[in-house]
Design a protein around this ligand. Sequence first.
Ligand code: NDP
Length: 485
Amino acid sequence: MEYKNYINGVWVSSKTGKKFESLNPATEEVIGKFQKSDREDVRKAVLSAKNAFPAWRDIPAPKRAEYLWKIRDLLIKEKERLARLEVKEMGKVISEARGDVQEAIDVFEYMAGEGRRLFGNTTKSELPNKFAMTVRNPIGVVGLIAPWNFPIAIPAWKIAPALICGNTIVFKPSSDTPLCAIELIKIIEKAGIPRGVVNLITGSGEDVGDEIIRNKDIYAVSFTGSKATGEYVLKNAGIKKVGLELGGKNVIIVMDDANLDLAVSGVLFGAFGTTGQRCTATSRVIVHDKIKKRFETELLKRIKKLKIGNGISSDVGPLINKSALEKSIKYISIGKKEGAKLLCGGKPRRINGKGFFFEPTVFTNCRSGMKICQEEIFGPVLSILGVKSFDEAVKVANGVEYGLSSAIYTENMNYAFQAIEKLETGLTYINSSTIGSEVHLPFGGVKGTGNGTREAGILGIEEFSEIKTVYFDYSGKLQKAQGLK
Ligand code: NDP
């Protein structure tokens, strides 16, 4: 089956005539053929978004919200079909795929509510008979570039706030999950969104993505993906507003007073859920030396029970593609060379001779400076580091360039509050894993994980709107601020 781009409300082929394929990572079957678009396709989409902008902006936000609510309703109806498609195209297990679609439902619901807020502020002027306030305006045409690991939720996290703020959109999905993106756009189309407001172009990052970040008629870019690409986006986007959600080297600290069972469950879910391919995946565990042995024994027992296979009937699905598999393999040999001890896993698997599966893997006796403890592997590979104190745990936790998510398991309130203060991450969980964001709270990281923007929650609105400051003088004379005569 061949799929097309969506420009100005019409499904169209690229003039390039070129196509690329999306594969099922469990079976390596071709799921469909997609337009390998070029810069000219992006320019057409930008023009369509630019033309659609004034009318969309002028629809009152509570009315724009009605479209979002319809999208939410349609997503609810289609949830199971979309979740099964995610299993097929991205490889995540079905319960997580349902969760991914649920996040999209939640964010459209939340952002529809924002249609009746979109608050600005009022304040007092320093002059008499003068009124001062801020109002929230759309930015214009915004470019959205998404990764493959949450193929419906992440686009939804960007599209919903962009729409409610009154922007029009050019969206490029990951080339690993174009079909999930197309199905989301079909739902948006079915909800009756006016022509040109949402446009989708498939194709490579080098052509389609690059044109989005450089195009002069796009005033903001929201990007989620790797740190390397994020840096490229920032360097080349000129003076656009840029939102970056990048990688992580997320950490769980397990103190000697922790509820061990709970901690093991959190680590298991954090490290091997989504086969370690979440930006918030747990890739390091810092364990107090007093309980390290016991923790490892319990963790290994639980890992043995995990079933690897295609996402419908397994706990751990495949990696997204061959190069992701090769990346995990590479880090196993790096870890061994660095002197870490392999406790379990470390090998690729095939099922019926197919698929990019990889065994849940644990290294122990790791040191913070090792590459496996510093670099984002984005696979089911966990490193355990032993420490002697809380202070040492915090130092090791913070000793990486990333700063997305952290967690601590402890029964000691003092440690918990110190962790909130001292861990250099955008998210900190107490007694739960590094994953589990909710859409009404801001999401994002510090240090190498981003440039200070946040998605979701009220801060998701900041990313997609501009603040205008308004002075309304009703004195009938020329008044000057700062005491000028
Ligand atoms: P990439 O950076 O490789 O790709 C992300 C997107 O950028 C894709 O759509 C890709 O297109 C596009 N792209 C690639 N090159 C360029 C370019 N030169 N200019 C513009 N766009 C480009 O990341 P992955 O898709 O591999 O996603 C995994 C990464 O995303 C991980 O590092 C993960 O941590 C991070 N992530 C961060 C999250 C967060 O919120 N902090 C959430 C989820 C993931 P194409 O597919 O065609 O190459």
